[in-house]
Design a protein around this ligand. Structure first.
Ligand code: CA
Length: 221
């Protein structure tokens, strides 16, 4: 799941992106309002973290610009402690949640998962599709017979992408976009390799191939 982190404090951004990657996000980081505006409109992000005080502008203007141009992914803004006006203005400008600095990364990740869930119309912290249930907190896959398998980071991200929209066809390019950030350049057949591994887990027919189009999660049998 692609995440855009807009934060000009390099130390904070570096620490955060590592922990966010561990939590199953593929993270792009930028420190300027200008680049944030462009990336938010160009790339297919599922969630964003936006610091309000940026060296070349205000995060609120970035947010307004995104919303004006149809970038609808959920956004959490980072505010200064006690600055209630920032929070109100942020929510009015289209933010979905806020967190005051300094914060615990665990709380940030819990809040991010919550706004992503809401944007996908889910209530629970698991993704259910057919006989399968993906546990976001533990990064495991539960089967209907009660068996539970732990997943590697990439397996988890790929499966979450497919299971969050069962029946929808994802091209290899779309899956790569959700799995890797802009700095990574994995080889073309990496998706195929992971699909093969996941099929061993969920059954070959559950992840169907549409020739020339891509893959879909189909557990309607
Ligand atoms: Ca700042």
């Amino acid at each position: 799941m692609r995440l855009l982190l807009v934060e000009d404090d390099r130390l904070l951004a570096d620490g955060l992106s590592g922990q966010l990657e561990k939590a199953g996000f593929s993270v792009d980081t930028t420190r300027t309002a200008r680049e944030a505006m462009a990336l938010g409109q160009q790339e297919d992000y599922r969630v964003g973290i936006l610091d309000l005080g940026l060296p070349d502008g205000n995060g609120l203007d970035v947010l307004r610009q995104w919303r004006m141009n149809g970038a609808n992914f959920p956004v959490l803004i980072l505010t200064a402690r006690g600055d209630w006006q920032d929070k109100v203005n942020g929510l009015k400008a289209g933010a979905d949640d806020y967190l005051a600095k300094p914060f615990q990364t665990e709380e940030l990740i819990a809040r991010l998962n919550a706004i992503v869930r809401r944007s996908e119309g889910r209530v629970q912290s698991s993704v259910k599709a057919g006989r399968f249930e993906l546990d976001e907190n533990r990064q495991t896959l539960k089967m209907d017979d009660g068996a539970e398998h732990s997943l590697t980071g990439t397996e988890f991200r790929l499966l979450r992408c497919l299971m969050s929209r069962p029946g929808q066809v994802f091209s290899k390019e779309q899956l790569m976009e959700q799995l890797y950030n802009l700095n990574e350049s994995p080889s073309d057949n990496v998706i195929e390799a992971y699909i093969r591994r996941l099929r061993k887990l969920v059954g070959a027919s559950t992840i169907a191939t549409r020739r020339g189009q891509g893959y879909l999660f189909d557990d309607t049998l």
